[in-house]
Design a protein around this ligand. Structure first.
Ligand SMILES: Cc1cc2nc3c(=O)[nH]c(=O)nc-3n(C[C@H](O)[C@H](O)[C@H](O)COP(=O)(O)OP(=O)(O)OC[C@H]3O[C@@H](n4cnc5c(N)ncnc54)[C@H](O)[C@@H]3O)c2cc1C
Length: 434
């Protein structure tokens, strides 16, 4: 079988299939190495999401996210300590509520059911916030209402290095880099793929290629009722001003997490701020030609136009998109980002203290369901005849092993091969996360 895309999801599947089944697997990646795009630590929020700091999640979604991330904790707990430390970094985390409206919202959100799911999470007041993170209070209006939900059991994570470890542990599997898939066709006993290097046949194919997965799905007549809005997430940075991951309350009906402040997993001296949520025409940052892939994945028709119109009727979302587009305006954009997003968290930081990280930025392939004319929040997996298409916006990386396991079960059923579920259950026995 063939996996297309060497991000953290494709490589997690490579790892599972090659360790727990006898499937003969080949992974095709268009770049010279794995995890160059969204799974690269420069391009995502570096957070292992459990569902506790995400104020946009329902309790059900939080439970699913927690279970998926616990699989990753179990996986990394079995790596040699030195290697584990290059992937995971234990980092406290909090959701900061600023102003009486957010404070009220956060108090309601963390009801007894939430607290039962996350026993390590606790509400902290201004005084304790100041003790844990003094820079959150410095320069702030003393009268401003402020509380936070805090947990010491958070993690910064390098999904790129995690993906490297999956590839290394994929016994007997083959990986072909610089081998981009151009087209896919169904044959009598599977699929044939034409690539930039060669052509291949497989009995089963999994596309884990971000928004490109939807483009290929459409080539084969799947996912016709789906479309995509690429959302650019850029990051800014300052000197190190926080020790914890500081998330904010996402207001209104915006389906994305708000910008956060995080100790940079790649540099102890830096705090990152972001990501932005900017609609973007390309599927890869600064790759104008990927506008063609974008158009192929969109499936431009009347339903798409109606969906976009309907999505833009959500005033919270349309004004967030407009504000974020404004952040891209030369000279004016950065001061607005600093005022809106950075100073909400660290009030004393000035425009000159913050820099735009030009080398960073990922694209969330946000799926639109044209039949419902709305955004589909979370990851999407389309299944066809001996083929799967994974499209994983944020926080898909945290769920990579769960997505891979679902894929592996479907592949085993379809190809009638044995997936060693007993050993998987044994190996991934949940590590209780607080
Ligand atoms: C700004 C931002 C912040 C985020 N923050 C977080 C976070 O804090 N925590 C979290 O859990 N998740 C986060 N996410 C989401 C997470 O990054 C993604 O869900 C995850 O990286 C997706 O992995 P993937 O393997 O599906 O895709 P990618 O990592 O995008 O990998 C797709 C791969 O497919 C390859 N490919 C594409 N087309 C072809 C082709 N034709 N042929 C061969 N190969 C091809 C690409 O080169 C790439 O290597 C964030 C995402 C963004 C954009």
């Amino acid at each position: 079988m063939i996996i297309v895309g060497g991000g953290v999801v494709g490589t997690a599947l490579l790892y599972l299939l090659s360790n727990y089944s006898k499937a003969r697997v080949l992974l095709l990646e268009k770049y010279e190495t794995n995890a160059k795009l969204n799974s690269n630590s420069k391009n995502n929020g570096q957070t292992l999401h459990f569902g506790d700091i995400e104020t946009t999640y329902t309790l059900e979604k939080a439970k699913r996210t927690k279970a998926a991330s616990e699989m990753l904790l179990v996986y990394t707990s079995k790596l040699p300590t030195a290697q584990r430390n290059t992937i995971l970094s234990k980092t406290p985390q909090m959701v900061l509520a600023v102003g009486s409206e957010e404070v009220e919202f956060l108090r309601k959100k963390y009801d007894p059911k939430y607290r039962a799911l996350f026993p390590g999470m606790r509400m902290i007041n201004k005084k304790e916030i100041g003790r844990l993170e003094p820079n959150l209070l410095k320069g702030r209006d003393r009268a401003e209402a402020l509380i936070a939900a805090y947990s010491a059991a958070g993690y910064g994570i390098d999904f790129g290095r995690l993906s490297d470890s999956f590839v290394k542990k994929a016994q007997g599997a083959k990986v072909s880099f610089n081998d981009g898939v151009i087209s896919v066709k169904q044959t009598t006993d599977g699929y044939s793929l034409k690539t930039t290097k060669s052509s291949y046949c497989a009995r089963f194919v999994v596309f884990s290629a971000g928004a490109q997965s939807l483009k290929f799905a459409k080539q084969l007549g799947y996912g016709l009722s789906l479309s995509v809005i690429p959302i650019l997430g850029s990051f800014y940075y300052s000197r190190a001003v926080v020790k914890s991951k500081i998330y904010t309350v996402q207001g209104g009906s915006i389906p994305f997490l708000g910008a956060h402040a995080d100790p940079d997993i790649n540099s102890k001296d830096r705090t990152r701020f972001g990501p932005t949520i900017t609609p973007y025409p390309f599927l890869e940052k600064s790759k104008p030609l990927t506008i063609i892939d974008h158009l192929n994945a969109v499936g431009m028709d009347l339903d798409y136009m109606r969906s976009i119109t309907n999505i833009m009727r959500n005033k919270d979302l349309s004004s967030a998109f407009l504000r974020n587009l404004g952040y891209r305006i030369p000279l004016l954009g950065k001061p607005s980002f600093v005022k809106d997003q950075v100073q909400k968290i660290v009030p004393s930081l000035r425009n000159e203290d913050v820099k735009y990280d030009i080398s960073s930025g990922g694209i969330r392939p946000q799926i639109i369901d044209k039949s419902k004319r709305s955004i589909n929040v979370g990851e999407s997996t389309l299944s066809g005849e001996s083929i799967i298409f994974n499209i994983t916006p944020s926080p898909g990386a945290s769920s990579c092993l769960r997505i891979a396991l679902d894929n592996a079960n479907e592949i085993a059923r379809s190809l009638d091969i044995k997936l060693d579920s007993t050993r998987i259950q044994e190996d991934f026995k949940a590590a209780a996360h607080a």
